[in-house]
Design a protein around this ligand. Structure first.
Ligand SMILES: Nc1ncnc2c1ncn2[C@@H]1O[C@H](COP(=O)(O)OP(=O)(O)OP(=O)(O)O)[C@@H](O)[C@H]1O
Ligand SMILES: CC(=O)C(=O)O
Ligand SMILES: [K+]
Ligand SMILES: [Mg+2]
Length: 476
């Protein structure tokens, strides 16, 4: 039995959720989207997981989506010996010369140009800033010596941030291009681009998608760099969703600036009517404990109250001990707050006259009207998914039920707040379609006799044109 929450959950795949049984339990507990993190992914493994998820979708009528998250120009250390700990004041060498097994004295850095890009005095942050080093010297060829400023356990393949350094890497590296082509080949529902700085980065990915796919794959712009904040208006115009990637963001910026940035980014996404995902360390203690901290419970709840369409888990589900329980807990938190009248999600009323002005306006009125007449559901027939984005953005109290014959958007829309989608392949006239859809919705238990329901359609239906009709039905 699937949950009825409206805020979506994105869960990262990893060794902790590798069986079909665990994946099914996670979906039943509230996962709507699985994230493949290409920073750690093995293609054969990804294929297997995607098959499992799609198999479950088929068998149980789920619409679980898959999000491919490209690594981007992220630096990483190599594989480390077990249990290496570095202490304040220690000196450590980062080498790019050979992929050695790392120790407390010497560590492999997987970025050839590293000794060239850095300068003495600059900082190296590791593992989302848990460890801090200061560069003492670089030979500008293959070795960099650094002093430990804040020590701790130095684990394999952890990410490296250089907030004071200008890195000479493109937004899409060779690896990202290869991973994106693989992801497109697997028909993933969404692709996330890490470390976006400018709209150009997004256009490059759009072009790559257009070159390798006959369908448009929507893009999530991961906001984790100060440059992205400077260019946010243009970035919003060139992507289909935002992610507040707090892991890197909290290292690239002082972590105490992240809370207001989160609120600002959510507001931007709401204004553009695109979904926004809040990510990283939401339930971090549940990697090893069955009880989240009060602060974590508050964080998930407050993200929902800020207006997040989706909340994301990383290590909690990828490598944590409790991949199913963490979803159950997150669902409980979401359900406890999302219907509260205290939630005031920012929304914009001014309508810009784009070519879809009419459709946008109808969706807006459907959502507002549903609240006024207390309609239990808004049903829309869509081929592109556009109306689902538009209705979802207004956050009506009614169920948002999407009927489509397009298998791709059936799962893609599962990232959107409040949206539930259903396969609908019958090709009939509007009157029959409305009656038919309303009957399905009643059978599924979303509405009962006497309830109002709003239908949106493009008439005539067979033309698959622009939505031009809003109809209110009373369920018989
Ligand atoms: N197949 C896998 N997929 C995802 N994470 C994995 C996998 N195998 C191991 N992990 C571990 O889970 C941890 C948390 O996952 P997460 O997706 O947050 O990674 P990350 O390294 O912080 O990546 P990024 O910042 O690039 O998104 C990783 O640091 C990694 O050590
Ligand atoms: C998810 C991610 O990439 C981050 O938080 O940095
Ligand atoms: K990533
Ligand atoms: Mg990141």
């Amino acid at each position: 039995m699937l949950t009825n929450k409206k805020t979506k959950i994105v869960a990262t795949l990893g060794p902790a959720c590798s069986t079909r049984e665990t994946i099914k339990d996670m979906i039943d507990a509230g996962v709507n989207v699985f994230r493949v993190n290409f920073s750690h992914a093995d293609y054969e493994d990804v294929k297997e997981k995607i098959n499992i998820i799609r198999g479950l979708n088929k068998e149980f009528g789920y619409t679980t989506a898959i999000l491919g998250d490209l690594q981007g120009p992220k630096l990483r250390v190599g594989v480390m010996e077990e249990g290496v700990v570095v202490h304040d004041g220690d000196l450590i060498t980062f080498t790019t010369a050979e992929d050695i097994l790392g120790t407390a004295k010497k560590v492999f850095m997987k970025y050839k140009n590293f000794p060239n890009d850095v300068n003495p005095g600059e900082r190296i942050l590791l593992d989302d800033g848990k460890l801090i080093f200061e560069i003492v010297e670089t030979d500008k060829k293959s070795e960099v010596v650094a002093r430990v400023i804040q020590g701790g356990e130095l684990k394999s393949k952890k990410g490296v941030n250089l907030p004071n350094t200008k890195i000479s890497l493109p937004a899409m590296t060779e690896k990202d291009i290869e991973d994106a082509i693989f992801a497109i080949g697997q028909n993933v529902d969404w692709i996330a681009l890490s470390f976006v700085k400018t709209p150009r980065d997004l256009q490059d990915l759009q072009e790559l998608i257009a070159e390798h796919s006959e369908y448009k794959i929507p893009i999530v712009a991961k906001i984790e760099m100060p440059e992205a904040l400077e260019n946010i208006d243009k970035i919003v115009a060139y992507c289909d969703a935002l992610m507040v990637a707090r892991g890197d963001l909290g290292v690239e910026l002082p972590a105490h600036e992240v809370p207001l940035v989160q609120k600002e980014l959510i507001r931007r996404a709401k204004t553009a009517r695109i979904p926004v995902i809040v990510a990283t360390q939401m339930m971090e203690t549940m990697i090893t404990s069955l009880t989240p901290t009060r602060a974590e419970v508050n964080d998930v709840a407050n993200s929902v109250m800020d207006g997040a369409d989706a909340v994301m888990l990383s290590g909690e589900t990828a490598t944590g001990n409790y991949p199913v329980q963490v979803i159950q807990k997150m669902t409980q938190i979401i359900e406890a707050v999302e219907d509260s009248p205290l939630i005031q999600v920012p929304q914009n009323t001014p309508q810009i006259k784009t070519k879809r002005f009419i459709t946008k306006t109808i969706c807006h009125h459907a959502a507002t009207m549903a609240n006024v007449i207390k309609a239990k559901a808004i049903c829309t027939l869509t081929n592109s998914g556009y109306t689902a984005f538009q209705i979802s953005a207004w956050r009506p109290n009614a169920h948002i039920l999407v009927f489509t014959s397009n298998e791709r958007i059936l799962t893609q829309l599962n990232l959107l707040w409040g949206v539930k989608s259903f396969m609908y392949t019958k090709d009939v006239s509007t009157d029959d379609t409305v009656t038919d859809v309303n009957e399905i919705v009643k059978q599924k238990g979303f509405v009962q006799k006497g309830d109002f329901l709003i239908n949106l359609a493009a008439m005539p239906i067979k033309d698959k044109g622009m939505v031009n009709t809003l109809r209110v039905s009373e369920i018989e």
